[in-house]
Design a binder for this molecule. Sequence first.
Ligand SMILES: [Zn+2]
Length: 206
Amino acid sequence: MDFSSKLLENAVYEMSQLPGIGKRTALRLVLHLLKQPNERTKGLTTALSNLREGIKLCENCHNISDVQLCELCASSKRDRSLICVVEDIRDVMAIENTSQYNGLYHVLGGKISPMEGVGPQELTIGSLVKKAKSGEIKELIFALSSTMEGDTTNFYIYKQLEGLDINTSTIARGIAVGDELEYADEVTLGRSILNRIPFEGSLKAN
Ligand SMILES: [Zn+2]
């Protein structure tokens, strides 16, 4: 791409470093921003630099927060004996949106993935195990993706908790709400049969 301006070229380059944004899209976005009033562009750059400088990780659950202890961990209404282990903040948001969970979270910051060079040390597993050893926790719920990396991470943590008086559970894996049975893949359908729940429990969830 030939640019008539070095400033434009730099802005397009920076924009194209974002995931899923190619050079053409980056150019379109930058030209769009140029057409906006100055305050709009300033608002965007200020929000981003404030985010970068002001953001913290909650010292208890490692969720992204503006303060040292996030709103969830600071709340007296949450059950502190229940911890839901998730990969990142998007999972916290998704589970919170269900309004079905009243415990706390532990954000790992990823999954164990030797292929991508992510080992247990790169994640917040150490702090989770320390928390588990403190005796405050009664149950850990594994809510990681149903992938090989997710299962490996669950199992690694599970092994670390050996000997501790803590219940561990995983979120149910099975037929999605609204799905036709005949279109479900064999693994999902098989797990649904194995992980069946009492009928009364299924009524409560609706
Ligand atoms: Zn927190």
